[in-house]
Design a protein around this ligand. Structure first.
Ligand SMILES: Nc1nc2c(ncn2[C@@H]2O[C@H](COP(=O)(O)OP(=O)(O)OP(=O)(O)O)[C@@H](O)[C@H]2O)c(=O)[nH]1
Ligand SMILES: [Mg+2]
Length: 332
């Protein structure tokens, strides 16, 4: 509760929720009941679970009930103890009522913050050592959760890589996603079969170190993957089905695609700056060489612009080295 990462989110109003959560998970389960929440199975609340399944939800009354039932069905036959946490963001439909009627924990954010902000809240409220995240819209297969979990503790993060694109506005989103994924693969220097899957499991302690970098919006899931990849953690992908969502999508094609792009650049700048600065410096250096030779050939002298491009290449390389030094210093 008092670590730096957690303190950073007090302005996020998550603090209120965490307080609330600790009340629930401590001895004061009665106060939870008094606040109008129903405890269906005490075990879920009183014992520390091994796995926390977090569902960010905004206006998902049509799907969230079935998603919760499917998760219970999938987890029932495993040896893991678990809890389900639904993080609601001031839904204006009946999401909260549906969630309250189920055997789960409901976390209500005091103000709407976005799916990423809700995921951060979910991470802070989760009691399990492993957190599973999925959408509350019925698009992911809850029956695949055990397949993600079986790769722990060997891997630090396991992602459900979708075998088909069934998202809303897929004709607009698919090419943009492909380009962004290719850029991310180059920058992170590894193959990423599905960069923005919302179906993932990870070790809570590791993710908590990177809470400060998780954005409020949809690109949060991309950031979670890149944070692990660029910091040398073991990330695995398993194929999973993806169905068209139930209910209305909250994804904004232009705003959210731009924020994905921004996220990738930001993550690489934070964790692997040389992957951006060095190719840029190399390109400028080569360009300056070719331009200088051409200038010399025609005018027997170098032009001012040739010197400026050389200097810019050197500055880029120096900036890359300095950024890398800062990253290395912080890691140490
Ligand atoms: N708490 C919270 N959850 C949100 C918010 N916006 C979206 N979500 C949830 O985040 C999950 C992903 O949102 P979706 O609208 O399904 O976006 P998507 O999965 O990228 O796109 P689709 O292909 O349409 O499913 C869903 O469970 C949403 O209910 C929000 O502002 N707050
Ligand atoms: Mg979805």
């Amino acid at each position: 509760m008092t670590s730096d990462a957690e303190n950073n989110f007090m302005d996020d109003r998550a603090f209120v929720i965490i307080q609330h959560h600790f009340e629930i998970s401590g001895a004061a389960a009665d106060s939870w009941v008094n606040q109008g929440h129903r405890i269906v199975r005490e075990r879920t609340f009183m014992k520390e679970p091994q796995v926390s399944i977090v569902l960010p939800a905004y206006n998902e009354e049509a799907a969230v009930g079935a998603v919760i039932d499917n998760i219970h069905r999938a987890m029932k036959n495993t040896h893991y103890s678990y809890e389900i946490l639904v993080v609601d963001d001031h839904s204006s439909d009946g999401t909260v009522e549906v969630v309250r009627s189920k055997n789960v924990q409901l976390v209500e954010r005091p103000e709407r913050g976005g799916s990423g902000a809700s995921r951060r809240t979910g991470i802070l409220c989760a009691r399990g050592e492993i957190i599973v995240m999925m959408d509350a819209d019925g698009s992911y297969e809850a029956s695949d959760i055990p397949k993600l979990l079986e790769h722990f503790p060997r891997y630090d993060q396991v992602n459900g890589a979708r075998t088909s694109e069934q998202g809303s506005l897929k004709f607009l989103r698919a090419p943009a996603k492909w380009l962004i994924r290719k850029l991310a693969c180059y920058l992170a220097d590894t193959d990423i079969p599905d960069l923005n899957t919302g179906f993932k499991a990870f070790k809570k302690d590791i993710m908590k170190k990177y809470l400060w970098v998780l954005p409020d919006g949809f690109s949060c899931v991309t950031t979670m993957t890149l944070a692990f990849l660029t910091n040398g953690y073991a990330v695995k992908y398993i194929p999973t089905a993806y169905h068209p969502r139930i209910g209305k999508s909250k994804f904004h094609p232009v705003k959210d695609t731009l924020s994905y792009l921004n996220t990738i650049i930001r993550m690489i700048m934070y964790f692997k700056p040389m992957r951006i600065f060095m190719p840029l410096a190399g390109f400028l250096f080569l360009f300056a060489c070719v331009k200088s030779v051409t200038s010399f050939w025609w005018t027997q002298t170098l032009q001012e612009s040739d010197i400026i491009i050389f200097m810019t290449a050197i500055m880029m390389a120096s900036l890359g080295l300095m950024a890398d030094l800062i990253v290395a210093y912080h890691r140490s």
